[in-house]
Design a protein around this ligand. Structure first.
Ligand SMILES: [Mg+2]
Length: 95
């Protein structure tokens, strides 16, 4: 599955859950994940979308580690299965 389609499905599914998956275009925070997912109750998730099989670049791995160290949840979503897993995690946090 290509990245554009994954991003589209991510946006749709998060919207269904009452949240927003906004494109994050950093001016200085190079390598930041593509999307910041904002959910009711102030929950925040960072998502790097990739076409199936593509790996995180080195700077993207670094940003993921930095964000996780601050306590944020970061995900790489590169397939329908990975998207479904991410959505399940988001749903779990609501309960
Ligand atoms: Mg990407």
């Amino acid at each position: 599955m290509n990245e554009k389609l994954i991003e589209k499905k991510l946006r749709e599914k998060i919207k269904e859950l009452g949240g927003r998956a906004e494109k994050f275009i950093p001016t200085y925070f190079v390598g930041a994940p593509d999307r910041i997912v904002l959910m009711p109750g102030g929950r925040v998730y960072w998502v790097e979308t990739k076409s199936t099989g593509d790996k995180l670049r080195s700077i993207q791995q670094t940003r993921k580690r930095q964000l996780e160290k601050l306590g944020f949840k970061c995900y790489k979503v590169d397939s329908k299965q990975a998207l479904d897993r991410f959505i399940e995690e988001v749903k779990k946090d609501v309960d």
